[in-house]
Design a protein around this ligand. Structure first.
Ligand code: NOJ
Length: 444
């Protein structure tokens, strides 16, 4: 079957500052919560740190060259707040601005559309010790940071994202395995409420800047849980809890419908987790957006009985769930029907990891990634044929990089990163993606 995409469809790849740049202590940059968290022994496999990562801070030209080689139309990257404002709210660091100025200019000179994320998980550590997202003052700190970016780069970057996957802030405060590594669900709920206010304030600010050629949105990942046995009350309840209380619902409801959902409101009330809010907060959060960025990796199947068995056996978090690429179709319909999202959508991330191994030849021969991506794109094509307005797709990631709490164990790149030489080597999937972009489609 042949899958053709509309003319002008934006094919891209995505990365994030903390995962590729390295150089955390150079040219005046301040530490971020991830720099600090990774130094705690045992947090990251093999005590991996983002200190070098892909060394992109020093290899900008090389990275632009592989973007050109791939033939992508757009590149999604993030700014490091602590490179721009080392302590988060004080002096601006000219070297930080200069680095992103070079990146953005190189992209534009090479005809690659910049897609910039203001915040991708790496809060300046100096702000964390003042309460971070738990302190309502973050709204002012974040808005000032966003304003510096918009004033410097607003005319040269057409696509702006306020936040990437805000769930990471929830996980980092409630579940401990992301920075800053806390285990306090009530605090996490407060952080999320403030983060949503930051988003709303940045969108309002963006409108005041009248950047006619730029658009703004947010990226929320959707790992939709489906009941293993539809109609089974235990499976249905588990899927609902996962979607509404600890998953995408906690963001999409306030962002697109206004307010927390009834399910989440009840859950927070019953467990004394309701964040402090002020009158008018939900109006501030629910701002009209130009697009919605969907990060899609998988659909998850909830089987309450099996979960209980797993819990008894001590659980096994290493089990990688099966890939349900076709679930993207249902997720896109859910966004339109349940959340009434009718603005354009970009698939801002999609990809699949390989476990690190000394067998480099096998890692380079990544047919599994090609099959997975083809499955996702087939589901996307089907949803678009139903009229769902998707404007672009970004593969995660350009190259293997620092995969947060999985360290360097999980390799998501179209390019293999040799962490001892820092060479980037194309995998089989890179050539496949280049052909797909050239043909604006693929056959399988
Ligand atoms: C989501 C995140 O945005 C990105 O930083 C991460 O590396 C990928 N998914 C893969 O886990």
């Amino acid at each position: 079957m042949n899958y053709q995409f509309p003319r002008g469809f934006l094919w891209g790849v995505a990365t994030a500052a903390a995962q590729i740049e390295g150089a955390p202590y150079e040219d005046g940059r301040g530490p971020s919560i991830w720099d600090v968290f990774c130094k705690i022994p045992g947090k990251i496999p093999n005590d991996g740190t983002p200190d070098i990562a892909c060394d992109s801070y020093h290899r900008l030209e090389e990275d632009i060259a592989i973007l050109k080689q791939l033939g992508v139309k757009s590149y999604r990257f993030s700014f490091s707040w602590s490179r721009i404002i080392p302590d988060g709210k004080g002096e601006v660091n000219p070297a930080g601005l200069a680095y992103y100025r070079r990146l953005i200019d190189l992209l534009n000179e090479n005809g690659i559309v910049p897609n910039a994320t203001i915040y991708h998980w790496d809060l300046p550590y100096a702000l964390q010790i003042q309460g971070g997202f738990g302190n309502r003052e973050i709204v002012g700190w974040y808005t000032r940071y966003a304003e510096i970016l918009l004033d410097n780069f607003g005319r040269d970057v057409p696509i702006w994202v306020t936040f990437n996957e805000p769930i990471a802030t929830y996980v980092g405060h409630a579940q401990g395995f992301f920075a800053p590594g806390l285990l306090d669900e009530k605090y996490a709920r407060q952080c999320i409420h403030h983060l949503l206010l930051c988003h709303g304030a940045a969108v309002k600010l963006f409108r005041r800047k009248h950047l006619e050629n730029a658009q703004i949105g947010i990226v929320v990942d959707v790992w939709k849980h489906f009941p293993a046995h539809s109609g089974d009350p235990a499976d249905e309840a588990l899927a609902e809890y996962n979607n509404e209380c600890t998953g995408y619902g906690m963001f999409l409801h306030p962002l697109f419908l206004g307010g927390y959902s009834d399910v989440l409101t009840r859950y927070m009330t019953e467990h004394d987790l309701t964040p402090k809010m002020e009158p008018g907060d939900f109006e501030k959060i629910c701002q009209p957006l130009d697009f919605y960025g969907l990060n899609f990796y998988n659909g998850l199947i909830d089987d309450a009985a099996a979960e209980q068995e797993k819990a008894k056996a001590g659980g096994n978090f290493q089990d990688r769930p099966e890939n349900h690429t076709e679930k993207l179709y249902e997720v896109l319909h859910m966004l339109a029907e349940d959340y009434r999202i009718s603005i354009p959508i970009y698939i801002t991330e999609n990809g699949v990891p390989q476990t690190d191994s000394p067998d480099v030849a096998a890692l380079l021969d990544d047919q599994e990634r090609i099959d997975y991506t083809a499955g996702v794109l087939a589901a996307l094509h089907r949803a678009m044929a139903d009229g769902i307005d998707v404007r672009g797709y970004y593969h995660w990631s350009l190259m293997d990089n620092f995969e947060w709490s999985a360290g360097f164990e999980a390799r998501y790149g179209l390019y293999y990163t040799d962490y001892s030489t820092l060479e980037r080597i194309p995998k089989k999937s890179a050539a496949w993606y280049t052909d797909l972009i050239r043909n604006n489609g693929f056959s399988n």
